[in-house]
Design a protein around this ligand. Structure first.
Ligand code: SF4
Length: 254
């Protein structure tokens, strides 16, 4: 079984609990305007014509290749309560490859997290859930029209999938990228709080600050930066967002 990845990051500390190895699968059904990894969006190994010439992005690898790399760090996982995180791109967009990776890591007793945008077939998501120890589930915008404007897809299936996941017992942590001028308004925060507070089970939420440095990557891959003038959120704005969410009963984690 083979799949396409575009990176493996060892010793990651922001992709789930403890020290983790994060495997980035290539290909994503979304086109978020703030995407930090625009080179990851297209499917398959690709040659992108960037500012400095042609760059090959992605590599075709076997399940064994990936698991061999992940397995090197099991002592760090054991000491820190960490494990492997499958991210992307969108890992659910290569479902057979992802399942095989999850099964192999599960057989090795490695904690497995899946970082998803939630845009996937519902039956695929539930199959993956049976082999996953933690979902990192992204929420971006509350209004479907604006969600489509800034990510390329509506929010309905993502919400349906989150509801379906809530009916399982798999732990879920929500992750919200905070992008000034796009999803940090009082209305957005109120809608986000109402949605999260109304879920069938309480889920913790992480606020992730948008990094404007992401826009520097686009020309490198021959892509126009979608948000050239958007600033990063300031600490006070994030604190104020956190307080408003907490006031609505949402657990916000750093
Ligand atoms: S879901 Fe993630 S990888 Fe896909 S376009 Fe959005 S930010 Fe980029």
């Amino acid at each position: 079984m083979k799949g396409v990845i575009f990176d493996i990051k060892r010793f990651a500390v922001h992709d789930g609990p403890g020290i983790r190895t994060t495997v980035f699968l290539k290909g994503c059904p979304l086109r978020c305007s703030w995407c930090h990894n625009p080179e990851s969006q297209g499917f398959g190994v690709a040659t992108l014509e960037g500012r400095t010439g042609a760059i090959e992005v992605g590599r075709s690898v076997s399940v064994a290749d990936v698991v061999d790399t992940v397995e090197r760090d099991t002592s760090f996982f054991d000491e820190s309560g960490g494990g492997v995180t499958f991210s992307g791109g969108e890992p659910l967009a290569q479902p057979d490859f992802l399942m095989a990776l999850l099964e192999r890591c599960g057989a090795l007793d490695i904690h497995r997290a899946v970082d998803t945008c939630g845009e996937a077939r519902g039956d695929t998501l539930l199959s993956v859930a049976a082999q996953t120890d933690l979902f990192l589930f992204d929420l971006k915008l509350s209004d479907s029209v604006r969600h489509r404007e800034f990510t390329g897809v509506g929010i309905e299936r993502i919400r349906d999938n989150l509801m379906a996941l809530c009916a399982t017992e798999v732990p879920i942590e929500l992750r919200v990228p905070v992008v000034p001028g796009i999803n940090d308004s009082a209305e957005e925060i109120a809608a986000l709080a109402a949605f999260v507070a109304g879920l069938p089970r309480a889920l913790p939420l992480h606020l992730l600050a948008y990094h404007s440095a992401a826009m520097d990557k686009y020309p490198r891959f021959g892509m126009p930066p979608p948000l050239p003038d958007t600033p990063e959120p300031v600490a006070d704005d994030l604190t104020s967002m956190r307080r408003r969410l907490e006031a609505a009963g949402v657990e916000v984690r750093q």
